[in-house]
Each structure stands twice: as structure tokens, then as C-alpha cells.
Write a protein that binds this ligand. Structure first.
Ligand code: ADP
Ligand code: MG
Length: 697
């Protein structure tokens, strides 16, 4: 298999440098190995022939039809020129259209001969057609039955004459010269799970004889991918915990105790107490802590972070809290300062807009140790920010920070500081196991007492009047209201227009109230000013884009109206909803949408109205969108891409792979045993293009 990684596809029959270049550009396929690992996404039974009369629906799958051409016509001129064949199978007639290579195709096929066409039918003005189908004669089809693989292609490749057949043929050529591959899993692992061998699996994934063989080939290949991911993560986790020295924080001292007994604003919830205990235990071991703190929006993560920072101070080190936005950093700074200032703790805020003079003072105080807690945006990880002795870092809402940004934190101290990553995005278990497999996880699974679940309502444009009446009622009760508009990059101008119009409508409708207005393109100072109007209750309504999505805390706000809710993802809706329901009053989240929406969009919105459980929502989100979409930065934390395994649907295989990897490492931590040689070799190969991210998370 190794030699195949070095063989260039341009040497394949019928390929040549030009087409090879196209394949690399479009699909990243450069070597024989890449090509063998470009798997079909689905399969068509070679024996099943579709009848044109039975074509229906606006999203037909690719199908086979058998029949004859009745006529050929060249239509149009220049760039619009196309060849149209009329094709009949006895049950009906469809058009077959070619836009390229018209001359050669025109002479390649004749009327009256039987052909088998394979392609995706589409309906145009009541007429069915197939563009650039694959064409066989019954004689040219391989005699055996089985399935025909349908390979993922790009538009450009299709236009240049690439088809699923190109791939089958290329794979066939490679396999006939290289009929046997060296096994990439140890025999025990194969035996333990009764897996298919690698050679059979590769052949079968491209050309399965039946469903059972396909199922086993897929299982084998998925298992292998997930297994090596787990082996990689687990090996690093073990290595790190045995070699990386960290701060030992044995003391609970003055700061923690004084705060706990005199300044705690409310009794901690059971979950907060438990999590603090877990973190304390971790920080007392002398090993560097890397912990993920998950807690739904409003579960009180900030207080947990603060108490842990106080432990760091009690052990003569400094602490730092990093937030993804200026608004959020400022808000943390204000709440935390308020809580700890009476104890003489020096807290400072550092963001992109901190003035030079203040910045210099912060730098000096960090170095001489008189600054205890630094709070800020990513400005705190800039190179010129140096600490005297940084013992503990908290990263809030981690998904806004890339892996690379977090990596820089490690270099802030000779002894690496303990790291606590806090997130309100519940990470589905399989994804967490794969991407954060080496992080310890704490969960706050309890909300502070007295919270009533937010009531979520789906409303259509025609309900607007009634909806505004409801909002008026909340305002008269002295409550505040968020109104959120989508602002999505591709459509920025249009969105901004609807946002501004929305703002005017709201001002007109609620003349007796003050309306603040925030969006991402405002200057930070203006944004902060508008936010502060709302936070201080000078403004009653906040019209905004998703800039408020993360972390903003105004407990008096009880209504969240989301315009064009159909344009938001589930996790985003959940985050937005988390902005209300933070105080005593009953809160409402209103999802506004047009009446005509696609089926899966409706499913998404209805799920929101039926549950407030963040984990259920995250799971569903991953099922619907696929894991890649959910957390871009998480994906970039993965050492290699998955070709076939799917974190959203292959949870069981993830678990199987993880258990197997752990068992192997338990017995042979360094993979030094001869039977495991294949593992270390394969791992080295897979991760060779990987930077050493392993240390951060
Ligand atoms: P998140 O986990 O979303 O960051 P916050 O830390 O912002 O949540 O806390 C949400 C709100 O709950 C804040 O107003 C905070 O003061 C309050 N809170 C936190 N812990 C408790 C508690 N134990 N009892 C009551 N209220 C709490
Ligand atoms: Mg928070």
C-alpha cells in the first residue's frame, strides 16, 4: 500500500498530466492510493432498470434505463450549442443532452441500437432529460451483477468528461496490477471484531457483489479510520499525563476562603460544587490540567471559573480569562471586578481597544506580579503580554478560538499553566471523544434554582401583530426584549437592509420605549455603547444580529424574538434562546418565519419548540448537518480527514475503536511490541503532515 502513495495518477491509462491535474485540483487526488480511497457515496444495482414512465419527483436518484435512441439533433450555436438525443424505452421518452464533445459523441452512438444509460433524470417544463449520462451497450457491461458505484464528482470534472465510470475503470486498472495490499491492522484486531481484510475491503467498497459484502467493507474501513484517530489521541493523552509537569496547587487559602464565606453572591448549585471539587483535585496532583467544562447557557460557569482562579491566586500564581468578543470580555471584567474588588484583588481588562498607556501599565503589573487576574480578548495571547507567573487560564466559549490560538497559551509560562476550556455548546459525545478525547470533561448539568424553562413558540409572518402585542405586554411589565436578525456573509447587503428596516419598524411600533441597535459592522466603541444601554436598562429593546449570541447576560430580558429563524442552525438558535430565561420571570423565545419552509427546516424549528435540552439539540444538529459543519475549529483539531466514517452516525464504531485502542495501549503503551509494529508505522504515516497540536487540547 505504501508504494501506491507514491505513484502518480498521471501514469494511469487514459489519464495523462492534464486530467491528473484536474483531479488533484478538484478532489485532491494525486496518487494511486488517493484514488483507491475515493469511495463511492452510493451504489446502483446493475440489474435494476428503471422505466421512464415511472420517473417522478424533483430529486430523482441516478438510475439506469434501457432503450434506443430515436433521433439526434444539434441545437443552438457557439457556447450554447448542444447535442440532444431523443431516447425511448418503450414506456416513455426522454431527452439526452450533451454540451461537450458534441462531434465525437454524435458519431459514437446510433439510432436503433440498444443502450443502457446511467444518469440523473431531471424534469424541465414537463419533459424528462438526462445530461451527460454514462452509456453502455448490454454487451459492454461486465457480465457479473453486483453494484455500480456512484462517485462524488465536481461540476468541472463532469464537464470535462469525468464520470463514475472513469473512477471504476481507474480503480479496476490499479487493482489488476496491484491485487494484494499489506494488511494495515494487526491480526488480533481483525480477529477480535471479525473484520474484513484490507484487500477485500478495498475491492468490495468499489465493486460490491451484494449488500452484506458492502456492509462489511464499510465497517472495516470506518473502523480503521476511527481506530487510528483514537490510537493517536489516546497515545498523546497518556504520554502527556506521564511526562508534562504542571503546577501543584495544594492550598485553599485566604482569597478562596474569604470570597466563599463573605462575598459569594448566591449559594452554589450542587453541580457547581462538584465541578469545583473536580478541578481542585486535578490542580493538586502536580500534573498539568486540561479540562473541558461543559454547561448549558446560564448554568453559572463564570462563578466556577472565578473560584478556580482564586485557588490559583492562593498558590501565588496569576490567572487569566480569555473571551471571544470584546463585549463578553468587558462583561466578565465588570462582574468579576464587582465580586472581588473588596478583597483587594487587582483585575484588569485587556482588549484590542485598550489604550497604549493602560496597556503599558498592564504589561508592567503582569511582570512585577501585582496584577492578579487579567481578563481580555485574544489580545491577551499576543507575544508581548508576559506574565510573572501564570498558573491558570480560562478560555470562555472555546469554539470561537482556533486551535492555533490556544497553542500560544502554552508558551506563556515555563511550567505550562492549567487550562480550563468552558463551552456552552454541548458537544455530542462521539465528537468529544474524537476531537477532545484527551481532555478531561466536567459537566454542569443543573441550572441555578428558580429558573423557568423558556417557552418557545413558532410564529408566522401573519401572526406579527399578535406577536408584537405580546411583546408590548412584557415591556409594560418592565421586562426587556431582544430582537435578532440573521446577518449572513453571502447576503450581507440585503441582510443589513432588512435589519435596518426592522429597526425602524420596531421604533415605530414601540414609540414609548427606547431601542438599542447593534450589529457586527459597527465600530467596537459604538457597539459597546449600545449594549451598555440595554444592559443598564436605559434601552428596553435591543435589535441586533447574532453578535449577541455568546454570553451576554441581562437577566431582566424575558423575550427573544428571532426573525427569519429558518436561516439559523439549531445550535445557534439554542445559544440565542439562552440569552433569556436568566431571571425569575417566565421567558419566551419566538421563532419568526415565513409559512412556506422546507420540511427539514420545519423539523429543526419544531425541535426547538419541543425541547430546551442542549445535548438533545446538539445531537440532532450533528445528525442533520454532519459533524464537519458544526465546529470548524474542532475539525481542524483532527489530525487527518475522515473519508468514510461519519461522527454523527457511527457512534458505535467510535466506541469500539476507542476501546480497542485503549486495550492495546494498556498492554503496550509505546507500541513497541513486534505485533504492533504495523500500528506505529501506520500512525506515523497518517500523522506525518500534522503539526504538534497534541499538546494543547
Ligand atoms: P454561563 O454558564 O452561561 O456562562 P453565567 O456564568 O453567565 O452562565 O451565569 C448565568 C447567570 O446565573 C448569571 O446571572 C449568574 O450570576 C447566575 N448564577 C450563577 N450561579 C448561580 C447560582 N448558584 N445561583 C443563582 N444564580 C447563579
Ligand atoms: Mg458564559
Amino acid at each position: 500500500m505504501d508504494s501506491l502513495r507514491r505513484m502518480d495518477i498521471k501514469f494511469l491509462r487514459g489519464m495523462g498530466p492534464k486530467r491528473a491535474e484536474l483531479l488533484e485540483k478538484n478532489l485532491g487526488i494525486r496518487t494511486y492510493h488517493d484514488l483507491l480511497f475515493h469511495f463511492p457515496t452510493h451504489y446502483v444495482d446493475r440489474r435494476s432498470i428503471y422505466r421512464i414512465r415511472d420517473f417522478a419527483g424533483d430529486d430523482m436518484p441516478s438510475v439506469q434505463v434501457k432503450g434506443k435512441f430515436v433521433s439526434f439533433n444539434v441545437i443552438g450555436e457557439g457556447a450554447k450549442m448542444r447535442l440532444v438525443g431523443l431516447f425511448s424505452d418503450g414506456s416513455g421518452v426522454m431527452e439526452v443532452v450533451w454540451f461537450q464533445r458534441i462531434k465525437s459523441l454524435r458519431s459514437a452512438y446510433v439510432t436503433g441500437t440498444e443502450y443502457i444509460l446511467f444518469g440523473k433524470p431531471s424534469c424541465f417544463n414537463g419533459r424528462w432529460s438526462m445530461v451527460h449520462p454514462e452509456i453502455d451497450t448490454p454487451q459492454s457491461l461486465p457480465p457479473q451483477g453486483g453494484f455500480r458505484g456512484v462517485y462524488p464528482l465536481t461540476e468541472q470534472l463532469r464537464n470535462r468528461g469525468f464520470s463514475s465510470r472513469t473512477f471504476s475503470a481507474a480503480v479496476h486498472d490499479i487493482l489488476s496490477c496491484h491485487p494484494h495490499f499489506a494488511e494495515t491492522l494487526p491480526p488480533e484486531v481483525i480477529a477480535r471484531h471479525s473484520l474484513m481484510g484490507i484487500t477485500e475491503a478495498i475491492c468490495a467498497i468499489h465493486h460490491p457483489n451484494d449488500n452484506e459484502q458492502l456492509r462489511r467493507a464499510r465497517l472495516r474501513l470506518k473502523f480503521e479510520e476511527l481506530f487510528y484517530l483514537q490510537l493517536n489521541i489516546q497515545r498523546y493523552a497518556r504520554r502527556r499525563s506521564s511526562t508534562t509537569q504542571g503546577f501543584r496547587f495544594p492550598r485553599i487559602g485566604h482569597f478562596f476562603n474569604t470570597f466563599y464565606s463573605q462575598f459569594l453572591p448566591f449559594p452554589l448549585t450542587g453541580a457547581q460544587k462538584r465541578v469545583i471539587k473536580e478541578i481542585r483535585a486535578d490542580m493538586a496532583t502536580g500534573r498539568q490540567m486540561n479540562r473541558l467544562l461543559q454547561g448549558d447557557v446560564g448554568s453559572g460557569k463564570t462563578l466556577v471559573a472565578l473560584l478556580c482562579m482564586l485557588i490559583a491566586l492562593d498558590n501565588d500564581t496569576q490567572a487569566c480569562l480569555m473571551a471571544p468578543t470584546e463585549i463578553l470580555a468587558t462583561q466578565h471584567f465588570e462582574t468579576i471586578t464587582k465580586m472581588v474588588a473588596p478583597m483587594g484583588i487587582n483585575v484588569k481588562l485587556l482588549t484590542g481597544s485598550t489604550r497604549k498607556k493602560a496597556r503599558e501599565e498592564i504589561h508592567a503589573q503582569l511582570m512585577d506580579g501585582s496584577l492578579h487576574i487579567l481578563i481580555g480578548t485574544h489580545a491577551v495571547i499576543e507575544d508581548n503580554v508576559r506574565f510573572r507567573n501564570l498558573g491558570f487560564i480560562v478560555i470562555d466559549e472555546q469554539h470561537r478560538f482556533g486551535v492555533a490560538q490556544r497553542a500560544r497559551l502554552w508558551t506563556k509560562n515555563i511550567i505550562p499553566p492549567h487550562v480550563l476550556v468552558m463551552t456552552a455548546t454541548p458537544i455530542p459525545r462521539t465528537l468529544a471523544m474524537t476531537v477532545y478525547g484527551d481532555l478531561d470533561v466536567s459537566v454542569i448539568d443543573e441550572l441555578p434554582p428558580g429558573r423557568k424553562p423558556v417557552q418557545t413558540l413558532l410564529r408566522y409572518d401573519e401572526d406579527r401583530f399578535r406577536t408584537y402585542q405580546g411583546i408590548g405586554k412584557q415591556l409594560r411589565l418592565g421586562r426587556q426584549v431582544y430582537i435578532v436578525y440573521p446577518l449572513i456573509k453571502e447576503n450581507e447587503k440585503l441582510d443589513l437592509k432588512s435589519l435596518e428596516e426592522g429597526y425602524e419598524t420596531i421604533c415605530d411600533t414601540f414609540r414609548d420605549y427606547n431601542v438599542a441597535f447593534v450589529h457586527g459592522q459597527m465600530k467596537p466603541a459604538e457597539k459597546d455603547y449600545q449594549m451598555s444601554l440595554f444592559a443598564s436598562h436605559q434601552a428596553h429593546i435591543l435589535v441586533a444580529t447574532t453578535v449577541i449570541e455568546v454570553g451576554v447576560n441581562v437577566p431582566n430580558a424575558t423575550t427573544m424574538l428571532i426573525e427569519n429563524a429558518e436561516r439559523f442552525g439549531l445550535s445557534q438558535l439554542h445559544q440565542l434562546r439562552g440569552r433569556v430565561g436568566r431571571g425569575e420571570g417566565q421567558s419566551y423565545c419566538i421563532l419568526m418565519t415565513k409559512r412556506k419552509i422546507a420540511g427539514d427546516t420545519r423539523k429543526r424549528l419544531e425541535l426547538m419548540t419541543s425541547t430546551t435540552d442542549g445535548f438533545a439539540i446538539a445531537e440532532a444538529d450533528m445528525q442533520m448537518r454532519g459533524p464537519g459543519d458544526i465546529e470548524g475549529t474542532m475539525q481542524s483539531g483532527m489530525p487527518f480527514d475522515l473519508h468514510i466514517a461519519n461522527l454523527a452516525t457511527d457512534g458505535q464504531i467510535v466506541q469500539l475503536a476507542r476501546d480497542t485502542a485503549c486495550d492495546i495501549l494498556d498492554a503496550d503503551p509505546d507500541l513497541a511490541h513486534p505485533a504492533n509494529a504495523v500500528l506505529s508505522r501506520q500512525l506515523a504515516l497518517l500523522t506525518s503532515r500534522l503539526h504538534d497540536w497534541s499538546r494543547i487540547s
